[in-house]
Design a protein around this ligand. Structure first.
Ligand code: NDP
Length: 241
C-alpha cells in the first residue's frame, strides 16, 4: 500500500516540485498551503494532488488539518516541513512583527506540524521528517536575522529530534537549499541576482525546485534508513559545512 506524504507549502515553488516528485515515486500526497487558493486549485487541477488550507503557524489548525488529511488518505508516514516566508529588513529597521511572523511560520510551524504526527509515527515504528531549512540558516544573511535564526533553529530541531526518533524508526533530516528559482527568489531585483548573487554560485546558475525534490525523495525512501540528523546542502557549491 502507498505511504502517505504531507508537504507543507506544497502547492507552489519548491513544495510543489516536492509534492509531484513524491507522487511520481508512488506516495499518496497531500499538499498544504496558506492562502493562495488560486495557485492551489491550479496545482490540484494539473497534478491531481489534493490541497489542504491551513497556516502552519497555528497549532490547533495543524492538528485539525492533519486529522483531515489522515481521514482522507491514511496515516502520514512522510512529513516535509517546507512552508516558509521571508520578511526581510536590516536589523535596525526590523519590526517585532517581521521577527514574529518569520519565527512563527518557519520555526514554530515545524514544531506545530511535527508534534501532532509524532506519536503516530512512534506507534507505527516508522516515520520520515524532512525539514527544508536554508543556506542562510547555515551561514547567516544580512537583512535576514529573523529568517536565518528560524532556519538555524530548524537545524537544531532536526538534530535533537533525530536522536529521539532513532530507536522508533523515525528519521529526521534537513535540506539546506541555496538560491532556487522560485517566486521567493525571483522577487529579488534582477540586477542584484545577475551581478551579485549568481556570480557567488560556483555552478553559475540558480538551482531548480526539482533538484531539491530529488533530495527529499531520497530522504523519504527506505534506502535512507541510516541517514538521520543530517543536513543535505544543495547550493551549487556555494557553502560547505
Ligand atoms: P514560495 O514562496 O514559492 O512558496 C511558499 C509556500 O509556503 C507556498 O505554498 C505558501 O502557501 C506556503 N506557506 C507560506 N506560509 C505558510 C503558512 N503559514 N502555512 C502554510 N503554508 C504556508 O517559497 P519557496 O518554494 O521558494 O520556498 C520553500 C521553502 O524553501 C521555504 O521554507 C524557504 O524558506 C526554503 N528555501 C527557499 C529557497 C529559495 O531559493 N527559493 C532557498 C532556501 C530555502 P500559499 O501558496 O498559500 O502562499
Amino acid at each position: 500500500m502507498s505511504k502517505v506524504a504531507l508537504v507543507t507549502g506544497g502547492s507552489r515553488g519548491i513544495g510543489a516540485a516536492i509534492s509531484v516528485a513524491l507522487k511520481n515515486a508512488g506516495y499518496k500526497v497531500a499538499a498544504n498551503y496558506a492562502g493562495n487558493d488560486e495557485a492551489a486549485a491550479a496545482f490540484t487541477k494539473e497534478t491531481g494532488i489534493p490541497t489542504y488550507k491551513w497556516s502552519v503557524a497555528d497549532y490547533d489548525a495543524c492538528a485539525a488539518g492533519i486529522a483531515k488529511v489522515e481521514a482522507d488518505l491514511g496515516p502520514v508516514s512522510v512529513l516535509v516541513n517546507n512552508a516558509g516566508i521571508t520578511r526581510d529588513a536590516m536589523f535596525h529597521k526590523m519590526t517585532p512583527q517581521q521577527w514574529k511572523e518569520v519565527i512563527d511560520t518557519n520555526l514554530t510551524g515545524v514544531f506545530n506540524m511535527t508534534h501532532p504526527l509524532w506519536s503516530g509515527m512512534r506507534d507505527r515504528k516508522f516515520g520520515r521528517i524532512i525539514n527544508i531549512s536554508s543556506i542562510n540558516g547555515q551561514k547567516g544573511q544580512a537583512g535576514q536575522a529573523n529568517y536565518s535564526a528560524a532556519k538555524a533553529g530548524d537545524l537544531g530541531f532536526t538534530k535533537a529530534l533525530a536522536q529521539e526518533g532513532a530507536r522508533a524508526g523515525i528519521t529526521v533530516n534537513a535540506i539546506c537549499p541555496g538560491y532556487i528559482a522560485t517566486e521567493m527568489v525571483k522577487a529579488i531585483d534582477e540586477k542584484v541576482l545577475a551581478e551579485r548573487i549568481i556570480p557567488q554560485i560556483p555552478v553559475g546558475r540558480l538551482g531548480e525546485p526539482e533538484e531539491i525534490a530529488r533530495c527529499v525523495v531520497f530522504l523519504a525512501s527506505d534506502d535512507a534508513g541510516f541517514v538521520t540528523g543530517s543536513t543535505i546542502s544543495a547550493n551549487g557549491g556555494q557553502f560547505f559545512v
